[in-house]
Design a protein around this ligand. Structure first.
Ligand SMILES: [Zn+2]
Length: 197
């Protein structure tokens, strides 16, 4: 057993980066430093984050035909309780749904923004990194933070750079917010009504 493990580590130490094939990557992630940085920013070392500009516009025009006022009441209640808990993702949500205020004097994120962004992710049909579950990562990001749009924020949000570079946190967001917060269900209903499935 020990012999086997030693061999396993040796093979990893002598391995190559899983993305660019450079020698001597980090033995745990098996990625070299530049690839690991890309992975942290994009949820994949190989496939960049899609800009979703076109999809966001498309989603905006679809969403303008739906009234989500009632759903927003339920979601706001859920989110108001979610942000009071102590976890890293809960704190990130508190920033985007409560603390960070845009130029319209409203929080950067609300249900409308979440549906717009997750709908845009669902409309995107470019390449995604399946091995790294980049699509789940994208849905998680779209459910919790501003995605693919520039928005002026009073006070800025530079303090969030580190936490925004944690792919696993957004995969948690896929389960905790996109699924458990009821976004997936709402999105499925809108897509069905639009004949998108
Ligand atoms: Zn590399």
């Amino acid at each position: 057993m020990f012999h086997y493990q030693a061999q396993w580590w040796q093979s990893r130490l002598n391995g190559r980066c899983r993305s660019c094939k450079k020698e001597r990557p980090d033995p745990v992630s098996m990625l070299c430093i530049p690839c690991y940085k890309r992975y942290k920013r994009n949820g994949s070392p190989d496939i960049p984050l899609p800009s979703l500009k076109h999809e966001i516009k498309q989603a905006e025009s679809i969403l303008s035909r739906y009234d989500v006022t009632e759903a927003a009441l339920v979601f706001d209640k859920w989110m108001n309780s979610y942000v009071t808990r102590g976890g890293t993702l809960n704190k990130l949500c508190r920033e985007f749904f409560v603390t960070l205020i845009g130029c319209n004097n409203k929080p950067l994120m609300d249900l409308n923004q979440v549906i717009k962004q997750t709908l845009a992710v669902s409309l995107y049909d470019g390449p995604v990194d399946e091995k790294r579950q980049q699509q789940q990562y994208l849905y998680g990001r779209a459910s919790t933070s501003l995605l693919g749009q520039r928005k002026e924020v009073k006070g800025g949000r530079y303090h969030l750079f580190d936490v925004m570079r944690r792919p696993r946190l957004f995969k948690q967001a896929f389960n905790d917010v996109f699924i458990s917060g009821g976004i997936a269900r709402l999105l499925a209903r809108i897509r069905k009504a639009e004949g998108l499935n």
